[in-house]
Design a binder for this molecule. Structure first.
Ligand SMILES: [Zn+2]
Length: 151
């Protein structure tokens, strides 16, 4: 799905990207007022995720989130019918939503990332950040398992 997430829901953004949803965060887009958010979401055909009742009512397509905690918001989205499963091959950068490309085995990786021989490593074509299925990936997976189990 194509999503536009409001500033009060920033915690869910990396989860949505790691689950393969094209997720714009309005905080990153530098837009704040409701009119600008709606114009942005409409022009990019994105569903607005927000805790703001007025904004949700004004948007063509929106999901109103009522809870404050990230995990509770993920549960609300699951109940609203959004798929929340980690992708086998990640598509979107968790940091900036840019497209990810797989680093070929043997190609050098940055110091903070493991070697591309031992791990599948992906690099964002937009911001350069590297991702791999390490402890952060596992923690996200555990959170999503918990969310699924309690829905
Ligand atoms: Zn990026």
């Amino acid at each position: 799905m194509r999503l536009a997430v409001d500033v009060m829901c920033g915690g869910i953004v990396p989860y949505l990207r790691m689950c393969g949803h094209d997720t714009a965060y309005v905080g990153d887009e530098g837009i704040e007022d409701d009119g600008a958010i709606i114009a942005f979401a409409t022009s990019e055909e994105r569903t607005v995720l927000t805790r703001d009742v007025a904004l949700a009512n004004r948007a063509d397509d929106a999901v109103l989130l009522e809870r404050r905690e990230t995990e509770d918001q993920l549960r609300e989205l699951l109940e609203a019918g959004l798929s929340l499963d980690l992708e086998a091959e990640p598509t979107y950068c968790g940091a900036c939503n840019g497209p990810l490309e797989r680093i070929d085995p043997g190609e050098p990786t940055p110091e903070y990332a493991p070697g591309s021989e031992e791990f599948s490593v992906w690099r964002c074509r937009n911001c350069g950040q590297c991702f791999w299925k390490g402890s952060h990936w596992d923690r996200v997976g555990e959170t999503l398992t918990r969310v699924h189990a309690s829905t």
